[in-house]
Design a protein around this ligand. Structure first.
Ligand code: ZN
Length: 904
């Protein structure tokens, strides 16, 4: 009978108009605005109404439901006063101020009823609403007045029932954690017999946690539970006690988790498989799928250009010819000529540097480089030390098959190679292959394979090596590493679930942790089979077999993760627990690369069900919109999307109150126009690339695209408008106009939302860390206000303390910035000032003429900021304008004179 959707938006608009987004409702530990808190209670009631109205419980009438809705929306209205807001930010018992203000409540009730379409409710009904509000915060004995008044003024005999319900729901929604919320229900007579609650709770680790949350939620929902409140680390669910719902077991949750991870890692991971030819060619063996070996070899063959070696040689040769310095002079490192000399030594030949003979071998080694990488990847792919599942027997079989193809001694030669060294690789792998007869590989048109066209020969090699690998994999009959991975990942992550409990003994865990802490010192930075370890990331105790060697590919500067580096010297890797390793692996699979920064959104305290769903939907719409713009699907490529152009965003925001921003405005807020000359430059670049690709032949291009063009200009136009759907043209469009997705979304439930970025927010700016940190803070503040969440922008390696004293936005841990702001987390109440301040500073930067590296920070920290006016005048880039003065007024150091306002 009630339409909660419409009521909710009407209520939200009314609360906004009273400024409740700026006002605090909660401070202790977790901040929540009056707007969020009131709307959460409304949401929870809506979710509970089907149970509460049932005849087995309260049998609430239509009017009674309305009483509850209005009373909950308005229960904390007294907190909107300036006095209470001042008090709550610095609460002291001797200055206590009540937030129950009967006059205010009684004025607001008819107003809110009007907005909600409840005008027909009679005055006595409205009085009951007021009584419920006045009663909600009373302690026993203190409420007598309210009760008497209610009875004397003819309130219904149900008044107390409703008032107790309002109070119970308020206590439930105000609890600091899921466990406390459960206690609040179980100890409250108004709800205990009418609502059954259960929770899932997990350790917040990162990406994996989003899957832990969603698999837990699926498991609970499947058993008939409905989510009531979302916390960052937990969800509390409710059900009608008469239905006798069962709590899912950890095993059941683990099953859903594995299915979700299966789906995630089944995506194409080829770009992650082939590592660096000069370091580790197979950096992520866990992701290896036997069935995809051909794709990997193909990708290895494309990793290095066939001309790169020859080009470098040409450069050094031309220096010699022009009489430049000898590239082989000591201290300059190996030149390409040295490489050929080394190659000749290996194949027992002699010759002169930069001779015709050398030129010929340079060409050979250059075109052979893709093949060298294919051999290199193949070597790793049949190595049981890299892939357990290959086994010793598999390696023996590989040897036999390899020698049958490439001849006696070829296997040992292959094994003697290591990271890419063209001379060595040519002699030990490619030369064997090129010496094969055409007959042997179905290419009778050539005598030796060396004569085949480069691309054909590369394909022949991939076929040969893939054939060997597939025969080996089939014969050992083991599952691919990737098949085992999702199971292992699920097992590792499911340990992060605290509730429902798997019956583990917390005391035993703690004592194991202590034991490992004491004994792990000698093994810091070493992988030792007898090793005892304590994970430097999450403090989990583990032994050698349960740990992973994490090199720089996973963790930047490993030694910074443990203070033991001080005692034991720096180390190239650290041992981390499998869960921490899988956490990083999972993120790389999702992104296809490593994140540069992560935007983390968490509920401030908690979120009701409707608000949670809305948050997930809005964040998704925003990120999808940003991605489409980054891919160049919308618009005419004349604008870009970047979170780092603070000045642009501040300009777009203008005088708008950031609290009134809607999520669909974020896209335009962070858009910028590409300068005309830059755009021209790119158009010319596109034309040059098109001509190159199609050999300057407009017809050839027309045929390839199935469209006809009269001029190259018209092709570029069509390319910009995204009207050409031919592969190569699309690739040119992407390259030239930098159309890459750099923002991702990992979001399963409202508990925890991660937005990894593959570029730093302030990337491409030659700026000091202080200024970059301020740009991050600006974005975090805006997102926090728009999505009403706590927002942290951080590097994966920098852990953020999400538990203590959260607020609107995380202040990056740069000492100068922290001391300027004065907190680790910026509070909701200060958010608006800092959005204005950072925005104003960014707009002043240019005219102050301060060095670009640190200007943003210096302007913001200027004390007194008035001195900037002098700077602007002296910088000579223009004169001081009233606009400058208005911006200076926004800076944090500006102190408004009390008696005479600074007016411009
Ligand atoms: Zn760990």
């Amino acid at each position: 009978m009630l339409d909660p959707g419409n009521l909710r938006s009407a209520a939200a608009a009314w609360m906004m108009s009273r400024g409740w987004k700026h006002k605090l409702a909660k401070t202790r530990g977790y901040e929540q605005s009056l707007f969020e808190h009131s709307l959460n209670e409304f949401d929870v009631l809506v979710e509970l109404l089907p149970i509460l109205t049932s005849s087995r419980h309260y049998n609430l009438s239509d009017t009674e439901q309305k009483i509850l809705l209005v009373a909950l929306l308005i229960h904390d209205a007294g907190k909107e006063t300036e006095e209470w807001q001042v008090y709550v930010q610095n609460p002291r018992a001797d200055r206590w101020i009540s937030h129950i203000i009967p006059d205010l409540t009684r004025n607001l009730i008819p107003e809110l009823c009007g907005k909600l379409g409840f005008e027909q409710l009679t005055e006595p009904v409205q009085r009951i609403m007021a009584h419920c509000v006045e009663f909600h915060h009373s302690r026993p004995g203190k409420s007598d007045g309210a009760i008497f008044e209610a009875m004397l003024t003819g309130g219904s005999d149900r008044f107390l029932t409703l008032a107790y319900l309002v109070r119970a729901i308020d206590h439930f929604c105000s609890a600091g954690s899921a466990a406390q919320a459960r206690e609040a229900v179980e100890h409250d007579p108004a709800l205990a017999n009418h609502l059954m609650v259960a929770i899932h709770e997990a350790v917040v680790r990162g990406v994996s946690t989003t899957y832990v949350h969603s698999s837990s939620q699926v498991a609970f929902q499947q058993k008939g539970w409905r989510p009531l409140l979302y916390f960052s680390n937990a969800t509390i669910y409710g059900a009608d006690p008469n239905d006798q719902r069962l709590i899912p077991t950890v095993n059941e949750i683990s099953g859903f988790l594995q299915a979700q991870i299966d789906a995630v890692i089944s995506r194409d991971v080829t770009p992650l498989m082939v590592g660096s030819p000069t370091a580790n060619i197979l950096p992520k063996p866990d992701l290896f799928a036997f069935s995809e070996s051909r794709q990997y070899l193909q990708s290895a063959g494309g990793k290095i250009g066939a001309q790169s070696f020859a080009r470098a040689y040409d450069r050094e040769k031309s220096r010699i010819v022009k009489g430049g310095s000898d590239p082989r002079s000591p201290g300059k490192g190996k030149t390409k000529a040295d490489v050929i000399l080394a190659y000749w030594k290996l194949v027992k030949r002699k010759g002169d540097p930069y001779s015709l003979e050398m030129d010929r071998d340079v060409a050979r080694l250059s075109v052979a480089q893709p093949e060298m990488l294919v051999f290199k990847f193949f070597k790793a792919m049949v190595d049981p030390k890299k892939l357990d599942s290959v086994t010793k027997e598999g390696a023996d079989l590989a040897k036999g098959l390899y020698e049958k193809t490439f001849g006696h001694g070829s296997w040992d030669a292959l094994q003697s190679t290591s990271t890419l060294m063209p001379a060595k690789d040519m002699a030990s792998t490619v030369d064997y292959f090129w010496a094969l007869t055409g007959e042997a590989v179905n290419h009778p048109e050539v005598q030796k394979l060396a004569e085949l066209p480069d691309q054909t020969r590369l394909q022949v090699l991939i076929d040969l090596l893939n054939g060997i690998a597939q025969e080996v994999y089939a014969s050992v009959g083991r599952p691919s590493p990737r098949d085992i991975l999702s199971q292992n990942m699920a097992q590792a992550f499911v340990k992060d679930i605290i509730r429902p409990s798997a019956g583990s003994d917390i005391r035993a865990f703690a004592s194991e942790q202590l034991d490992h802490y004491c004994r792990s010192k000698p093994f810091a930075g070493k992988d030792n089979a007898q090793g005892i370890y304590l994970c430097p990331i999450c403090n989990a105790p583990f032994n050698f077999n349960d740990g992973v060697r994490a090199s720089a590919d996973f963790i930047d500067s490993p030694q910074t993760h443990t203070n033991r580096g001080v005692a034991c010297g720096p180390f190239g890797y650290i041992m981390v627990c499998t869960a921490c390793y899988y956490e990083r692996l999972l993120l790389q699979i999702l992104l296809g690369s490593r994140p540069a920064e992560i935007i983390t959104l968490l509920p401030r305290l908690n979120l009701g069900p409707a608000k949670g769903e809305q948050l997930v939907r809005k964040v998704r719409e925003w990120v999808e919109g940003a991605k489409a713009q980054l891919r160049g699907e919308s618009g005419n490529l004349q604008s870009g999307f970047s979170l780092g152009f603070t000045e642009q965003a501040a300009r777009h925001l203008g005088d708008r109150d950031p609290f009134t921003l809607e999520s669909d405005e974020l896209l335009s807020l962070f858009s910028y126009r590409i300068a005309g000359d830059k755009q021209k430059e790119r158009e010319q670049e596109a034309m040059r690339r098109l001509k190159e690709e199609f050999d300057n032949d407009l017809n050839a291009l027309g045929v390839a695209c199935g469209q006809s063009f009269s001029t190259w200009e018209s092709v570029v136009e069509a390319l910009i408008e995204n009207q050409i759907h031919q592969q190569e043209v699309k690739a040119i469009r992407r390259d030239v106009f930098r159309l890459f997705e750099t923002i991702y979304l990992i979001c399963q439930t409202p508990n925890l939302i991660l937005i990894p970025l593959t570029y730093e927010i302030a990337s491409g700016k030659e700026e000091a860390e202080t200024s970059k940190a301020l740009r991050r803070l600006y974005v975090a503040l805006i997102l926090s206000l728009v999505f009403e969440s706590s927002v942290a922008i951080h590097k994966q390696a920098d852990p953020v303390d999400f538990q203590s004293g959260m607020g609107a936005a995380y202040v990056p841990p740069i000492p100068a910035v922290r001391s300027l702001i004065g907190h680790d987390w910026l509070h909701i109440t200060e958010a608006k000032c800092w959005v204005a301040a950072i925005g104003a500073a960014s707009m002043l930067v240019r005219d102050t003429g301060l060095p670009a590296r640190s200007a943003l920070y210096q302007v913001l920290a200027a004390d007194p900021p008035e001195k900037l006016a002098r700077r602007i005048e002296e910088a000579g880039s223009g004169r001081l304008t009233p606009r400058h003065l208005r911006l200076i007024e926004q800076l944090p150091g500006f102190r408004r004179a009390p008696e005479k306002e600074v007016s411009v």
